[in-house]
Design a protein around this ligand. Structure first.
Ligand code: ADP
Ligand code: MG
Length: 354
């Protein structure tokens, strides 16, 4: 079931508006992430989809059907939250089957279906245990199975992995991806973690201040950010931002006059700063900076470079590129990951399209 928002706004208790004129379509059968900083309106948007909240203005459609006035029950959504909210006095199987019991499906049938779901989420060996006897990851698997038990029109997950430790988070996000693919259920996944969103999504909606900043697939978001917010929020280490004026002379030969006049900020991803001898395609610019520090963390090497008083983070150099104790480093820029923004913080030039 695809979900469409038409000019949806929301104000809590008719005070300040927290969502402004949202228009989007969440495509059927895909996994879409709502991504943005804390307080930007992700949970509010999710609750509007679920029917727990009603919009102040605008309309919401599930497929062709206008569901704006319908409540959560009528919309048949499945929800999973950060705190798993399992019933502590019920076994794993009873938890998973609970929505089916509410629907008065007979015991044999619902246990059969419950066991299938348990296999899907890989808790088939824990059926008789109680939630208190499970790990966090297992509890979240049970919560997902329970949400799927009622064959929801849409599966909604609000930061479901934030209570898990780092390694388990990575494992569980792969699992959610697998379960979504296997079932084909339209899924909306809320997270503030850009790395999680990049790994799990078919599409990402980037939100800030109750407004959509960009809605596209992960690689488009990374390679073609629409604005400064998206370019900075996605990617680790954070993209380098320097005043364009500092490198205006170097860039003037390779960008159109019209861009040059409006250019305010130069954005360069850390991995796009590379040695000149590299065979990769690069922009015809030759730059240099002074090495401030070099730090290695396992397979990663972070070089801090001072370019005319601006510090750049560089990950495009290998250890062999720094063998001698060089103070001055010559570098160029790859065509991927170099952008220019104007004073309205919109990206107006992307080196990829040169
Ligand atoms: P997120 O999930 O992205 O962290 P929320 O959707 O929870 O953000 O919140 C968006 C904004 O709405 C925040 O400024 C928050 O303080 C406000 N807000 C959230 N819930 C309520 C509520 N029940 N009443 C009033 N304001 C709220
Ligand atoms: Mg939230």
């Amino acid at each position: 079931m695809d979900v469409k928002f038409e000019n949806v706004s929301l104000a809590y208790e008719h005070k300040n508006e927290v969502l402004h004129d949202l228009r989007f379509v969440i495509p059927k059968g895909k996994l879409t992430c709502l991504l943005g900083p804390s307080g930007c309106g992700k949970s509010t948007t999710l609750n509007l989809i679920s029917g727990l909240l009603q919009p102040t203005a605008g309309k919401i459609f599930f497929g062709e059907q206008d569901v704006t006035k319908k409540d959560a029950l009528a919309r048949k959504v499945g929800m999973v939250f950060q705190n798993y909210a399992l019933y502590p006095h019920m076994t794993v199987l009873e938890n998973i089957c609970f929505p089916l019991k509410m629907k008065k499906i007979d015991k044999k049938k619902r246990n059969e279906r419950g066991e299938n779901l348990a296999r899907l989420v890989h808790v088939e060996n824990e059926l008789t245990k109680y939630p208190g006897e499970l790990s966090g990851g297992q509890q979240q698997r049970v919560a997902i199975a329970r949400a799927l038990a009622k064959e929801p029109s849409i599966l909604l997950l609000d930061e479901p992995l934030s209570n898990l430790d780092a390694r388990l988070r990575v494992e569980m996000r792969e699992e959610i991806r697998r379960i979504q693919k296997q079932t084909g259920v339209t899924t909306v996944f809320v997270t503030h973690d850009q790395d999680e969103a990049m790994h799990i999504s078919d599409y990402i909606m980037v939100l800030d201040n109750g407004q959509i900043q960009q809605f596209a697939d992960p690689n488009t978001i990374y390679d073609y950010p629409d604005n400064l917010f998206v370019a900075s929020f996605i990617g680790n280490p954070v993209i380098n931002k320097i005043p364009f004026s500092i490198l205006r002379q170097d860039f003037s030969p390779i960008i159109p006059m019209t861009i040059n006049e409006k250019a305010e900020t130069l954005l360069i991803r850390a991995e796009s700063i590379v040695p000149i001898r590299d065979h990769q395609e690069h922009l015809g610019v030759k730059l240099q900076g002074k090495v401030v520090s070099v730090q290695r963390y396992g397979h990663e090497m972070f070089v801090r470079l001072d370019v005319q008083g601006q510090e750049l983070m560089v990950t495009g150099f290998k250890e062999r590129d720094l063998l001698e104790k060089q103070q001055i480093l010559e570098f160029t820029l790859r065509t991927n990951g170099v952008f220019i923004a104007n004073s309205d913080k919109e990206v107006i030039w992307n080196a990829t399209s040169v």
